[in-house]
Structure formats: C-alpha cells, structure tokens
Design a protein around this ligand. Structure first.
Ligand code: FAD
Length: 461
C-alpha cells in the first residue's frame, strides 16, 4: 500500500485540522504526518492571538490537543521553515507539504505619522499581551488618551485590553509582565475610529456587547452618528447581526455616564487622516475626516477635519501574511496563490509579471495564508477539507522522496543542531504552565521567553 509522508508547516488550527481531516478521510493509502512550527508551542493564534479573557475560545485548544494526542502525528516545534528546514529538504523526505503558516503581520495604513513613536500595529500589542516569545517583554503604556483605528473584533480586543482594569484580568492566563504593565497604565480614554457608520461595522454582536460590560468603564457614543439614512435603516431591519449591534449601541446612547474612571469612545463616520507629531517625534494627536453615507453602502469625505490629543495610536486594520522562502507569494494579497488549496506558481515563460496559473505539484496551502486573514477558527476546518480533498485526489502527482523514513528528518534536524521540541515537550510545558497557575490561584500562567520554553519542553530546565 502506498504511504503518504506529509509535512505540515504551521501548527495553528488550520494545520492541525488538516492533519485531523486527512487521518479520518476515506483513502486507500497510509499516512504519516509531521507538523512543524517555528514556535515551541502549538495552536498558533489560538494561543497567541485570541484574547486571554476569552477562555471559551481559548478552550478550542482542548479539541486541538485531542487531535495531537491521537498518536498519529509528530510535532517538531521550534523549527522555522526557510531557516531550519527548506523546501528542498521537505522534497527529500516527504511526498507533499501543506503550508498553514497563517498571517501574523499588521496590514499597513498609509497616512502621515504612522511611523511616530507611540504608533503601533495591533498584532504587536496582541503578541505582547498574549505572551508571544518573539516580542519585547515590556510595552510602553504611558498614554492617558489612546486612539484605536479599525471597526473589527481585533480593534475591540485591543481596546478592551487597554481599558480593562488589570485586576479584572488576573483570573486569565496573562503572563506576569503583562499584568504588571497593564496595572501601571495611566489610561483614561480609549477612542475607536471607523470610516463607516454603526450599521456597517465588522464587530460581532457578542464582542461588542461584552465591551459594554466592563467594570468602571463608560461607553461613549455620539448622537451625530445615529442619523440613519434609508440604507442603514434597511440594514437594521433585514440583517439580524446589524439589528443586535444597533440595539446594543442604542442602549449605550441611553446610559448614564460620568461616574467611571475610564471611558471608551466609539467614533463612526471617521476616516483617519494623520497621526500628529507632538514636536519630538512622538504621537501627540489624531486627526480624522468626518465622512457621510454615499447612499450606496459606502462613505464619502465631508471635508470636515477634526483632531483630538492622544499619546498612542494602534492600527487594527487587518493582518497580512509573510512570504516563505522558495514558495510563491502574492504580495498584494499577502497569501500563497492557490486554486482551492493547490499552490500555484507563475508560468516560468512569462517571467515575474506572469499570472500564478501553474500547479506546483506536491505543495498545498490552508488557513489564513490560503485565503487571507479573515474568518474565525471554525472556518479553517472547511478550508482544510477542501485542501485535503485535492491532496488525496492528486496522488499521482506527489513527490518521490529520496529518504522517506521517519528517522531521516530527525537525523537532519539533529545534524543541524536544531533544538526542536516534540509532543512530549509540549506536554511538559503545558503541565509547567498549569503548575505555575495553580501556585498563583490561576488556571495557567504562560511561560514567555523562548529559551525557557525550549528548556522546559526538552526537560533541560
Ligand atoms: C487578535 C486576534 C483575535 C482572534 N480572536 C478570535 C476569536 O475570538 N475567535 C475565533 O474564532 N477566531 C479568532 N481569531 C481568528 C483565528 O485566530 C484564526 O482564524 C486562526 O488562528 C487562523 O488559523 P491558521 O492556522 O491559518 O493561522 P495561525 O493560527 O496564525 O497559525 C499559523 C502557525 O504557523 C506557524 N508559522 C508561521 N510561519 C512559520 C514558519 N516560517 N515556519 C514554521 N512555522 C510557521 C505559526 O507559528 C503558527 O503557529 C482571532 C485572530 C486574531 C488575530
């Protein structure tokens, strides 16, 4: 019987679901799967993106752990594709590879002043508060007034983490340094800006409602944003999600404010124009243009410019994928070009301007790096199903590896001195974090420094 030796690069939900679906799929060949991740811990953005005060979503890790514990998958953590292993290496040892490397960079926002000190991407801040090993351990939380640009759930996560009192986060898994940083924050006002009106936001109703329940935080919405036109009224009447969002916002309009020590302001119809320099290269203000509905679902500028003083700006305008060595990359969309998960390369005859229209045999993609950084964890499952269907049907086009044995990749990593961590290593780290949590009366306390994670995983600590 044929055996598929499969490498999956990226142990986030997309990579783990792909492995699970393949193992359970109807097929007439055996499989042996190795999952690589450059982090010493699996689960991607579920561990390093989902906010710590969302334990229900973090709980998806339990289901993902069940897949890893099924015994049919090996994991190699702390192994970076493009550095520790290359595409040529994978071709030598596997029949095929699936890239599931996600999207972890901040998308750009091209307005003047974005480079100033005190201007940050949401992804950097999220990585900090979720204890990602590759970001600095301290975060400059010095501003009393902060602007957050964006009207999606990441903007809500960032704003909530900025405005929530640190002691209300103590029950979560946040690392000690994050708790200490948030506790020292002098913040009083967080302002969220979105170009469109309240009926066109990308927030989900649950996350929006949640932010209105924070202790000692007043929700400030502005009456001028609620003068709905026909299109907005239609949206409220016809779309349940918009209806609930509008209801939540309307309730906040009626609330008494003035007693809380912190405020969260929602500014709709506000198009970012400039991050203002305070004269010393630091963020001193935020300038935006008031927009209005164009009657066709979009907005147009009114020419009215407004400004408020702020000492920090966070842009939460989307994530963007990273290019991988020797793998085709669509620089505009930040994804690996593909047809339903089959990776496409440019026609070699057509040069660098050619279309991505030739299947790159043996190479597949799934998750956020396949379709861009939108959608929930659950969506990566349907993504993976599509990719696995093609992988199975393409049996005749898989690679013919020189050294397909399971030991040969281990020998290669050892020869290169890569300090990889396996499934047992993850179990060691997991138990260690849970024990740290127990000692502090919490469910878990995350270990942050990479070398410490690796030492604990490898039993060297
Ligand atoms: C701030 C934030 C909050 C979110 N909150 C929610 C939520 O509450 N609910 C929800 O359903 N969804 C949420 N999401 C969306 C969810 O996280 C994504 O849908 C999901 O994580 C995408 O899965 P993925 O496996 O494609 O990518 P990822 O989760 O990013 O996993 C990619 C993996 O690839 C690895 N990798 C990358 N490059 C390399 C390389 N060169 N070599 C080896 N490994 C590599 C990474 O380390 C990572 O482990 C949130 C997203 C963000 C950004």
């Amino acid at each position: 019987m044929t055996k598929l030796r499969l490498a999956i690069v990226g142990a986030g939900p997309a990579g783990i679901y792909a492995a699970d679906i393949l193992l359970k799929a109807e097929r007439n060949f055996e499989v042996s799967i190795d999952l690589f991740d450059h982090l010493p811990a699996p689960y991607g953005l579920v561990r390093y993106g989902v906010a710590p005060d969302h334990p229900r979503i973090k709980g998806i890790i339990n289901a993902l752990r069940g897949v890893l514990d099924s015994g049919d998958i090996r994991i190699f953590g702390n192994v970076r594709f493009g550095v520790d292993v290359t595409l040529a290496d994978l071709k030598k040892h596997y029949n095929a590879v699936i890239f599931a490397t996600g999207a972890t960079q901040d998308a750009d926002l091209n307005i003047p002043g974005m480079h100033l000190n005190g201007s940050y991407g949401a992804a950097e801040f999220v990585s900090w508060f979720d204890g990602h090993p590759d970001v600095p351990r301290t975060w400059p939380l010095e501003g009393t007034e902060i602007a957050v640009i964006g009207n999606g759930n990441v903007a809500l996560d960032v704003s909530r983490m900025l405005v929530k009192h640190a002691e209300d986060l103590l029950s979560t898994e946040i690392p000690e340094n994050v708790h200490a940083g948030l506790q020292a924050s002098p913040v009083t006002d967080v302002h969220i800006f979105g170009r469109r009106g309240p009926t066109s936001v990308k927030f989900t109703p649950l996350e929006l409602r949640e932010i209105g329940q924070l202790r000692d935080v007043d929700m400030i919405v502005y009456d001028e944003d609620f003068d709905y036109d026909d299109a907005a009224r239609d949206a409220v009447a016809s779309n349940k999600q918009v209806f609930v969002i509008d209801k939540t916002l309307q309730q906040w309009r009626q609330r008494e404010t003035g007693s809380a020590s912190r405020r969260l302001h929602l500014h709709f119809f506000s198009k970012p124009v400039e991050v203002v320099d305070d004269g010393s290269g630091r963020v001193g203000g935020f300038r935006w243009e008031r927009t209005r509905s164009d009657g066709a679902g979009g907005v147009v500028g009114t020419g009215e410019i407004r400004e408020i003083p702020v000492q920090a700006v966070y842009r939460a305008v989307g994530y963007f994928g990273s290019e991988l060595k020797d793998v085709p990359f669509d620089k505009k969309r930040g994804v690996i070009p593909n047809r339903e998960g089959q990776v496409l390369r440019r026609d070699p005859e057509a040069g660098t301007g050619g279309l991505f229209n030739q299947q790159m045999y043996g190479v597949y993609v799934t998750g956020w790096i396949k379709r861009g950084p939108v959608g929930l964890i659950g969506h990566t499952k349907s993504d993976a199903m599509e990719t696995i269907r093609h992988l199975i049907n393409d049996l005749g086009n898989w690679w013919y590896p020189e050294s397909p044995s399971e030991e040969s990749i281990v020998a290669l990593l050892d020869e290169r001195g890569v300090q990889y961590t396996g499934l047992d290593g993850w179990r060691n780290l997991d138990l260690h974090e849970i024990a740290l949590g127990e000692a502090a009366g919490r469910t878990r306390v995350k270990v942050v420094p990479r070398d410490e994670m690796v030492e604990i995983s490898r039993g060297e600590g």
